[in-house]
Design a protein around this ligand. Sequence first.
Ligand code: SAM
Length: 280
Amino acid sequence: MSFVTFSPLDITDTEFLQIRRLVYDLCGINLTDGKKELVKTRLGKRIRNGPFKSFQDYYQYVLSDESGQELVHMLDSITTNYTFFFREQGHFDYLRQNVLPELIRKRKMTERKLRFWSAACSSGEEPYSIAITILESIEQPYLWDISVLATDISTKVLKVAETGIYPASRLQNLTDSLTKKYFLKGEGAWKDYMKVKDELRKLVQFRRANLIEPFDPPQPFDCIFCRNVMIYFDKKTQRELIHRLYECLNEGGILLVGHSESLIGIEHPFKYVRPSVYRK
Ligand SMILES: C[S@@+](CC[C@H](N)C(=O)[O-])C[C@H]1O[C@@H](n2cnc3c(N)ncnc32)[C@H](O)[C@@H]1O
């Protein structure tokens, strides 16, 4: 008896180009030539686990699937959802030291309302970190109308985000006191997990939204986190997105992009504040 390892499913240049065009048209993600191996490995796994013979076969299925379900699975396989609580801590320090004190001072006298948006929120660690920072910055949060809208294109990550349940190991960046204040500890089979408490959960509204499509915000935002997603887009898509984000902000509103992202080389109307921070 002999055993052999599965050989990876091969992808032809034409198949790669078809998938690349589809992904670009649907979500703006620019799969450069270097991403061929990534597509081959990640999508190949899905194809092998399904009733498909080849990438071509799979591509035709995605196009003909009227439910749009397989398309979501395809994007889930290709996109990177990597995130963690208080990722790029500098932004949360900036929120606590600059953005929130100014907003609280201004709004105290008028409408006690705060509107934040975590665009491309992945599994929810980012919007929950924003909500924790807000709650920690306000003296009587129950007197305020606070909302953090959290959107992503992937329904898979949004499901995780909505449950608010995370392996305890993922909360390493939180102090013990913040963990106790905002999370419940699992018991029995859930002993290695933590769940976001209702007081935090209710501040965050999750919704599916594609950043390359027009977005009509319920109300203008005071601050938008659009981090670690623009890197997947080409310059044209980035430019269009930045202009749409601008329109979604209040006057003086703040845009935060990922630490390794910047608006350099993109024509835009924002004022530069510091690396990865922009003001309307
Ligand atoms: C690397 S994660 C970033 C998560 C979080 N913002 C952070 O910085 O930790 C990128 C996220 O962008 C989402 N994404 C990719 N293309 C998108 C699009 N066109 N519209 C909305 N979300 C998108 C992916 O599903 C993924 O969850």
